[in-house]
Design a protein around this ligand. Structure first.
Ligand code: PEP
Ligand code: MG
Length: 585
């Protein structure tokens, strides 16, 4: 039994069997086979080798025509290596003796060869390492496809273990099949973690080399609240964790009673508690948990869940579905926030050197006008059907807002020409996610109808901490006085021009940070649906007067540690029941 600590990002305790979802760039997991499957694996092996050799013959013929016989000889050498019985014999032996899949045997044998060649003193041999790596990936592509182990191979009730998952991979998980997630990399506010929470799949990230320790079928416990994975647990440990999950379930039920109650502070301030969604279907969860509408719809997931760009009609149908389900409750649609860790297929093929500082969000939209206009048309059409707001992500300057507003008005004119209805007074707002936007809030307030603070990115860009990197996860601190000061100034700038300020970053769902936000003057919180009841409980237990004193003191500290300790101490006294649960506040 071994206990490994990571970062808990989606609560819940699950015991189950591991499915290692490999990443072709890293490794092919060891997967065991039964003795009666050896022949099938050998057949797969030899057919992959044969197809690879044929591919190479073609490459050689083409190269002979293009670059001449002499230079093309290298490909003949590659074919020879592939058919070399020393190599194929070693792979076959491994499959037969160790009962492993063909891909695992190929990966290991080729790696061994590469290591041996690499260690030879003669440079003629060391240069062959690249040839071997290339041959290995050619054969592996024929064995397992471009992306290694496929999601289609997952069996029901699996705990997916991977070095890293993209948000789009996670979106593709079937909730019936995938009961928990554990990854080597990642942070609490990375979009993969946000999606895991949205799908209510218990998840732990930042477990470093966990995926290398595990094989398919291994038994593990995933505790997504505490951020722990237990490998090969004994019966007592399993029983202990399962009983904790029962207690957690009961606590959640009690908390759910908050769902139907009004979020009014003890001194009578009405707070608006909304939900964040990634998919139209989540509106139902928001309402179940007591959310009063949607404060952030991350529409980019329409792209991430599909291989191709959605059509205008597909956009429209998704937005219309939300409006209908909300039955008059408000919906804030954020225009697509693609880029950084939410990349499209085309961006995956041409990765940027520093994507978090690259062509993402509003910048991407303003450089891809037909794509942006398609989405704007759909949003505007849906705005005719119910109360809606349009929000622009990652704004860094006044010019960006003006450009986007100009486009929105162009699209409105087009719709009018086409005789299609839209809300002429659709409120247009922006996210405050970078220090430049926070600092320019007085000027931006003249341009827009509302602000929404996105702490996930605001913290990342203010503190220079990659939100997806587990190595700096301890430095990702919304309670940092620098962040609090930016939020305070944004609220002040908003108030001066009657521009309401909400917060829709993940931190708004944390009771300690939420109390600070209330103290800084934020009156609308938009949080993951599961956090709505907890935030309502906080609001109903505290006064704005108290929150203001808390925030004033917090902002006077010069370190995030002091802020966190102080706020935890105070909130624990006000809401002790939030702290005696099993791993999720
Ligand atoms: C944020 O940055 O806080 C935010 C809500 O946007 P996202 O998490 O989608 O980047
Ligand atoms: Mg953001």
């Amino acid at each position: 039994m071994e206990r490994i600590s990571g970062i808990g990002v989606s609560p819940g305790i699950v015991v189950g069997r591991v499915f290692v979802l490999d990443d072709e760039r890293r490794r092919i997991p060891r997967r065991s086979i039964k003795p009666n499957q050896v022949d099938k694996q050998l057949k797969r092996l030899f057919s992959a080798i044969e197809v690879s050799a044929k591919d190479l013959e073609q490459v050689r013929e083409q190269a002979e025509r293009d670059i001449g016989k002499e230079a093309a000889k290298i490909f003949g050498f590659h074919v020879g290596m592939l058919r070399d019985t020393v190599l194929t014999g070693s792979i076959e032996k491994l499959i037969r003796e160790e009962l492993v899949t063909a891909e695992h045997a190929v990966d290991r044998v080729f790696n061994d060869f590469a290591e041996r060649f690499g260690a030879m003193p003669d440079s003629a041999f060391t240069t062959k390492v690249n040839d071997i790596t290339d041959l290995s990936s050619r054969v592996l592509t024929h064995l397992v496809g471009e992306h290694g182990t496929s999601l289609a191979d997952i069996e029901d009730g699996a705990i997916v273990v991977a070095s890293e998952l993209t948000p789009s991979q996670t979106v593709g998980f079937d909730r019936e099949k995938v009961v928990a997630i554990a990854t080597d990399f990642g942070g609490k506010t990375s979009h993969t973690s946000i999606v895991a929470r949205a799908l209510s799949i218990p998840a732990v990230v930042g477990l470093r080399s966990l995926s290398e320790k595990l094989c398919d079928g291994d038994i593990v416990i995933v505790d997504g609240g505490r951020g722990v994975v237990v490998i090969d647990p004994d019966d007592d440990t399993i029983e202990h964790y399962l009983s904790e999950e029962v207690v957690r379930g009961q606590q959640q039920m009690t908390l759910r009673e908050m769902a139907s109650l009004e979020p009014v502070t003890t001194d009578g301030f009405r707070i608006e508690v909304l939900g964040n969604i990634e998919f139209a279907q989540e509106v139902e969860h928001v309402l179940e948990f007591g959310g009063e509408g949607v404060g952030l719809y991350r529409t980019e997931f329409l792209y991430l869940a599909s291989e191709r760009e959605p059509t205008e009609q597909e956009h429209y149908e998704a937005y219309k579905a939300c409006v209908d389900e909300l039955k008059g409750k408000p919906l804030t649609i954020r225009t697509m926030d693609l880029g950084a860790d939410k990349y499209t297929q085309a961006q995956a093929r041409n990765p940027e050197r520093n994507p978090a500082l690259g062509l993402r969000s509003i910048r991407y939209c303003l450089k891809n006008l037909p794509l942006f206009k398609r989405q704007l048309r759909a949003i505007l059409r849906a705005s005719a059907d119910g109360p809606m707001k349009l929000m622009l992500p990652l704004v860094t300057s006044v010019e960006e807002v003006r450009q986007a507003k100009h486009l929105i008005h162009d699209v409105m004119e087009d719709l009018a020409d086409d005789g299609l209805a839209y809300d002429e007074n659709l409120p247009i707002g922006i996210m405050i996610e970078v220090p430049s936007a926070a600092l320019m809030a007085p000027a931006l307030a003249r341009e827009v109808d509302f602000f929404s603070v996105g702490t996930n990115d605001l913290v990342q860009y203010t503190l220079a901490v990659d939100r997806t990197n587990e190595n700096v996860a301890d430095l990702f601190s919304p309670a940092h006085p620098a962040v609090l000061k930016l939020v305070r100034d944004v609220v002040r700038a908003g108030r001066r021009r009657e521009v309401p300020v909400s917060c829709c970053g993940e931190a708004a769902g944390d009771i300690e940070f939420a109390a600070l936000l209330l103290g800084l003057g934020v009156r609308t919180l938009s949080v993951s649906p599961g956090n709505v009841p907890g935030i309502k409980r906080l609001v109903r237990s505290i006064s704005i007067d108290r929150c203001e004193r808390l925030a004033k003191k917090a902002i006077s500290f010069d370190s995030d540690t002091q802020v966190s300790m102080y706020v935890r101490d105070r909130i624990r006294k006000i809401l002790p029941e939030a702290y005696d649960n099993v791993g999720s506040r």
